[in-house]
Design a protein. Structure first.
Length: 235
């Protein structure tokens, strides 16, 4: 039998002539395999894209849920009396008050200067032992936790705003109120908040702060006075 050197063009031609009909279909099989391979690649790309979207959504949800790593949408320079609000809560014996007391405090007819420091009542540590939490949300502008409290559990009762800043010393307090609300079936994060289905008894410690009128909360908010900074604990 004649041997062929398949490394030469002539030998390759002889091989083609000797090929059987089955052998002639071999190139078609290769083409089919190439087409299948492309389909596999496409399917793999789709699977990877789906995985990327899933991981991205998971990351976004984690960022939204992480109440201590909020990124403020507005610069500090646009925040009214920013420096005065972002202070630690001092130690010491607080003055015991209630929501009705805060509602009775006189309000300045003209807003304080944009960068006014704390004075007078704003320097007094206060404690509200008995109040009801009506509303909870995260302000996307400055990342403060915005809470609205009332003297009674009536959803139409006058409210006072209390706020817990994004500053690192308040991280534990922020996580605590988020966790406590979750136990009551209420989700608090960058995308969720609002009026609670039922008011919850709450305890508040912090410093008074006089804000200015700029659509700060719901229609039931009845004073410019806030507790800001504040730490709230659901009972």
């Amino acid at each position: 039998m004649q041997r062929h050197d398949f490394r030469t063009p002539a030998a390759a031609n002889d091989l083609y002539l000797l090929a059987s009909p089955v052998d002639a279909q071999f190139p078609i099989c290769i083409l089919d395999n190439v087409q299948y391979s492309r389909k596999t690649v496409i399917r793999l790309q789709v699977a990877l894209l789906f995985l990327f979207i899933t991981l991205s959504c998971s990351t976004i949800n984690h960022i939204q849920d992480d109440i201590c790593n909020c990124l403020a949408a507005l610069p500090d320079t646009s925040d009214y009396r920013h420096v005065a609000k972002h202070v630690p809560i001092p130690s010491g014996t607080p003055q015991e008050i209630d929501v009705a007391t805060i509602l009775s405090w006189p309000q300045d007819p003209i807003p304080l200067p944009f960068d006014a420091p704390r004075t007078g009542r704003e320097l007094q540590l206060v404690h509200v032992a008995n109040a009801f939490l009506e509303n909870a949300s995260v302000n996307q502008g400055d990342c403060d936790i915005h809470l609205e409290i009332s003297q009674t559990a009536d959803k139409n009762a006058p409210r006072v705003i209390i706020e817990t800043p994004i500053d690192s010393e308040y991280c534990t307090s922020r996580k605590t109120i988020q966790s406590q609300l979750k136990q009551h079936g209420f989700q608090l994060d960058l995308q969720h908040g609002g009026d609670l289905p039922q008011p919850l008894a709450v305890d508040v410690l912090g410093l008074p702060f006089e804000d200015f009128e700029h659509g700060r909360g719901g229609s039931q908010v009845a004073t410019l006075w806030e507790i800001h900074p504040a730490m709230a604990t659901i009972k």
